[in-house]
Design a binder for this molecule. Structure first.
Ligand code: RB5
Length: 148
């Protein structure tokens, strides 16, 4: 992957976790594009999911990592943006598989579900996996066809 930019966003549930992930991905050789928010004031997750997803859909960033309380709401919003495939992960196996089999370009995390240590391991699993193509590409193409 030549584009090494990762967009990060969250709602108010845990901006600290998002910022810690941003710092962590930099240590892994990625450029973190942290688009906020910068305060813990209540803010709607659909806005932040969509803003991050648009950075990925436009090609500005190769991947995205988004955080809300459960990861679910912000994931649902991100997946409404054409070209985005986002999954919520609370384990490293799923994080590896959404890249390997589903060609996910965004990862959602639930800050009220998992701790920071596990979140970092999930991020590492997501970033180190690669799409396997082949029969999986046919299935991902079927997902893309649903956007038409
Ligand atoms: C906000 O309180 C909470 O609803 C949000 O962070 C997220 O969990 C939604 O899916």
């Amino acid at each position: 992957m030549t584009n090494k930019r990762i967009v990060l966003s969250s709602d108010h549930a845990d901006i600290g976790l998002r910022q810690a992930i941003a710092a962590h991905v930099e240590t892994l050789g990625w450029e973190a594009v942290d688009i906020g928010p910068t305060t813990s004031e209540s803010t709607p997750y659909p806005k932040h999911g969509a803003e991050a997803a648009q950075r990925v859909a436009s090609g500005d960033c190769a991947l995205g990592i988004i955080v809300c309380g459960t990861g679910q709401g912000i994931m649902m919003a991100a997946n409404k943006v054409k070209g985005v495939r986002c999954g919520v992960c609370s384990d490293t196996f799923s994080a590896k598989m959404i890249r390997g089999h589903n060609d996910a370009n965004m990862l959602a995390l639930g800050a009220r579900v998992i701790g920071a240590g596990l979140a970092m391991e999930i991020v590492e699993a997501f970033l180190s996996a690669e799409f396997e193509g082949g029969r999986h590409a046919t299935r991902v193409d079927m997902i893309t066809a649903l956007e038409a």
